[in-house]
Design a protein. Structure first.
Lengths: 307, 248, 280
């Protein structure tokens, strides 16, 4: 099953920093040709996972295979075919963009001429500033240079960690288009990390959401975002009592979670009115009912918590 | 009574002088005569130019053997030219019988002795007057050639030095030293701190050596050119750091 | 792979302004010292040799390029290490500060290759700094004073070396000095692997050197016992080359001790670096 070829295969990956479990028994698979969304709020363990994938840090437990090779033992041959941006795009500020790329090119394991360097700079729209020192670059330009260095050696797997941070909407769109282009036209596999669901939604075919180092949900983006899978958040006064009532009612198995002011139900659109009626009849004041796609709700919730 | 007592005293004095100067049975010589003939013999040499090979043997001083050209003009003018840095003994390099015997002095004949198989007579010279640095000099003189074979001289601030001479005849008429052996006391260096630095600290356990040591310098003379009438201004030329300067 | 890595590291080193501080400082310092010696040198030389002048007349020029280069080489213990740490302390920590570890260490090069190439580049910088010191001090010395016999004034000896017998000693002395400075470079490099800013390694290295020198200078029994174990004690062993005869055994011993320091320091650094989690 060539189409199901696993490009990244992570199993039971764990990394502790002193007391904190940054990554907790994480398993995931990225299939060739995927634009794989790696979602989670800030501090969820996304960057740690990416650093583990790129051997910047060593795992506490678990295994990582990339291109079906063990990362630890075949690090060099794997990294030849991986391009990455990790967090902020940092470069040698005292060197020009061209020189930065030239340096990285020389140790990329694939000697590519300066023509390719200029081409790559052209792709990200920096060819005119190729000879300017990076310290004169804006954040957005550095971000684009970051993408350029990830693409430079024409890798099979491209790992992008928050690639649109600090970009204007136009810039964001360009990145999205680029990702689609790389995947569709160049048959690259892309591992896209982000804390913004909508960003992933638009380009990814599969995704995973993690929080506190753990996997929350994994699957096809389309499935996960399926409109039928509606989640409804209901805001009620005296929520403890309301929850008690619900737990003893026919709605009990539809209640997913509860926080300070809201209960979240997994119900169909036509059931919303009945639920409202039930609560009101039992003398609860319903202050708001918001139907959302479940993933978005969920994601917003954990993102808020993280903030 | 009085006259016989006086006679006795005079007799005693003469006896003591004779005893101390010559020994009772040795032949008494007139030191001035001896010195004058040395002087006389040396006056035939107006000036000379000579190559000097210098070998210094001082315990704390490691200096490679060197060569210099030395110019001499009566009575005691010295000019040294050296391509390389050269150290020469300060005391006695300008030694010349004429200079030594120029000032007023008292000479005492002390008897004869043999140096390196050569019969010499020993004459002590005590300068008169306080302007001289020399306290006492002793000369060992080869009377057959009227040459000074050895000098021992005590000077006020720097102590005693001796010079031993070996002569050769040049151009069949000039007896000039072919070798001078200087021997003198040298104070160990007491160096300002900070020059030494860490390396010496390493050796700090070793006891610090102090006090004067005996230094020996051997000068080999060759290629004399005698009496070429060296101009006077050669001796006050640009090489100021000579004996003249040092002696001021 | 090492060659391009070393070239890259050298390129980065020599693209940084701070790299030139060392060269400028040494050049300036040498010019200042040699100019000062032009005016005051004879006086201090006379002072240093005053005892000898009681017994000897001096002919010729002792205040020459060799003497001044010799005196300048004595600065090595404190001044030049500072200039070396400026660069060597930055080699690893600088990448951490700049965040460039992330692009460097995600390439198909091993961590050991990276740390080794940086170490080599740091040592090449160190070597070039010492060579520069030699060139300017001997060069400017030759122009301003010319060459002549070298007088070396030790604690209880004075050595005068024939001018023809000096240059080889300087060549070996600079080589030895480079080795000593390489220990300083290795130490700064080691500290550089521990932290994520370049100031720390500079301060730490200089502190170690200054403390060691102070311990060397204080004449207390306990300090005397530990003195042979301090590398600073051997940094100035190049002076042994200006003795006659040269105490080869002692120099070899010093070379072995210094090499040992370099190997151990680099070894520890390499291990730390290999195990390091890059979080910057």
């Amino acid at each position: 099953m060539n189409s199901e070829e696993k490009i990244i295969e992570v199993s039971d990956l764990t990394k502790d920093f002193k007391e904190v479990k940054a990554v907790d028994s994480l398993s995931l698979n990225v299939i060739r040709g995927d634009v794989f969304g790696f979602l989670g709020p800030n501090g969820a363990g996304k960057s740690t996972t990416i650093r583990l994938l790129l051997t910047l840090i060593k795992p506490g437990a678990g295994t990582i295979k990339i291109f079906n090779k063990h990362l630890i033992s075949e690090r060099k041959s794997i990294l030849k075919d991986v391009g990455a941006i990790i967090e902020n795009p940092d470069f040698y500020m005292y060197l020009s963009a061209f020189k930065n790329l030239e340096i990285l090119n020389r140790i990329s394991g694939r000697e590519i001429g300066s023509k390719r360097i200029m081409e790559t700079l052209e792709i990200v729209g920096l060819s005119e500033r190729a000879d300017s020192k990076v310290k004169t670059y804006s954040h957005g330009m550095k971000q684009r240079l970051g993408i350029a260095q990830a693409l430079l050696h024409d890798p099979e797997l491209i790992i992008l960690d928050e690639p649109t941070t600090g970009l204007d909407p136009q810039g964001m769109k360009e990145i999205r288009d680029l990702i689609t282009f790389l995947c569709k036209e160049k048959n690259k596999t892309i591992f896209l990390s982000s804390h913004i669901l909508s960003e992933v939604e638009q380009v990814a075919n599969r995704m995973i959401i993690i929080n506190k180092g753990k996997k929350i949900v994994e699957g096809n983006v389309r499935d996960l975002l399926n409109a039928s899978d509606l989640k409804v958040s209901v805001e009620v006064l005296e929520i403890e009592n309301a929850e008690q009532l619900i737990r003893q009612s026919q709605w009990a198995d539809k209640l997913i979670s509860r926080n300070e002011h809201t209960m979240i139900f997994n119900i169909q659109t036509d059931e919303i009115a009945n639920l409202n009626k039930y609560l009101v009849e039992n003398n609860f004041s319903v202050t708001a009912i918001v139907p959302t796609k479940s993933l978005e709700t969920y994601f917003l919730k954990i993102t808020e918590e993280a903030v | 009574m009085k006259t016989s007592a006086l006679k006795q005293i005079i007799f005693l004095l003469v006896f003591i002088i004779l005893l101390s100067v010559n020994g009772l049975f040795s032949q008494t010589k007139d030191p001035d005569v001896i010195l004058n003939s040395v002087k006389e013999a040396f006056t035939v040499i107006e000036d000379y130019e000579v190559d000097v090979h210098i070998k210094i043997d001082v315990e704390f001083l490691k200096v490679p053997e060197g060569d210099a050209k030395l110019y001499f003009k009566q009575p005691n003018k010295i000019h040294v030219e050296s391509e390389k840095f050269a150290l020469l003994p300060k005391q006695g390099l300008d030694f010349s019988p004429l200079a030594l015997l120029d000032d007023k002095y008292t000479a005492i004949y002390e008897g004869d002795t043999t140096i390196n198989g050569i019969q010499t007579c020993v004459v002590k010279i005590i300068p008169i007057g306080s302007d001289s640095d020399v306290i006492l000099s002793t000369l060992w003189i080869d009377q057959t050639r009227d040459l000074i074979m050895k000098v021992e001289s005590s000077r006020k601030p720097t102590g005693t030095y001796t010079i031993e001479f070996t002569y050769e005849k040049y151009q069949d008429k000039y007896d000039l030293p072919s070798l001078m052996h200087f021997s003198f006391t040298v104070d160990r260096m007491r160096l300002p701190k900070g020059m030494g630095g860490q390396l010496e600290a390493e050796n700090g356990k070793a006891k610090e050596k102090t006090g004067p040591v005996i230094g020996n310098v051997y000068l080999n003379y060759s290629n004399y050119i005698v009496n070429q009438n060296l101009p006077d201004d050669l001796f006050d030329g640009p090489k100021k750091e000579g004996i003249k300067e040092e002696n001021k | 792979m090492i060659r391009p890595l070393v070239q890259i590291e050298l390129y980065k080193i020599f693209k940084k302004w701070r790299t030139y501080i060392g060269f400028i400082a040494i050049g300036g310092l040498v010019i200042i010292i040699e100019t000062a010696m032009l005016f005051e040198g004879q006086k201090s030389l006379d002072f240093m040799t005053r005892n000898l002048r009681d017994s000897f007349a001096f002919f010729g020029n002792l205040l020459n390029g060799f003497l001044i280069s010799y005196l300048i080489l004595n600065m090595l213990a404190v001044h030049i290490p500072f200039l070396i740490t400026l660069v060597a302390g930055d080699l690893l920590a600088g990448e951490a500060t700049a965040g460039t570890y992330r692009i460097l260490l995600t390439r198909p090069v091993s961590r050991f290759q990276v740390v080794w190439s940086k170490f080599l580049a740091g040592n090449i910088y160190t070597l070039s700094l010492v060579i520069w010191l030699g060139i300017v001090s001997l060069g400017i010395g030759a122009i301003m004073f010319g060459f002549g016999e070298l007088i070396v004034i030790g604690k209880d000896s004075i050595i005068i070396l024939d001018r023809a017998d000096v240059l080889w000693r300087f060549l070996f002395a600079y080589a030895f000095a480079a080795l000593g400075m390489s220990v300083v470079c290795s130490l700064a490099f080691f500290f550089s692997s521990l932290v994520e800013n370049a100031i720390g390694p500079i301060i730490a290295t200089m502190s170690v050197i200054i403390v060691f020198i102070i311990i060397s200078a204080i004449n207390i029994e306990i300090f005397r016992t530990i003195r042979p174990y301090l590398f600073t004690n051997y940094i100035l062993s190049w002076r042994l080359l200006f003795d006659t005869p040269v105490d080869t055994a002692k120099i070899v011993e010093a070379v072995i001790i210094l090499l040992g320091h370099i190997v151990v320091l680099f070894g520890i650094t390499a291990i730390i670096f290999k195990r390091k989690d890059i979080l910057s």
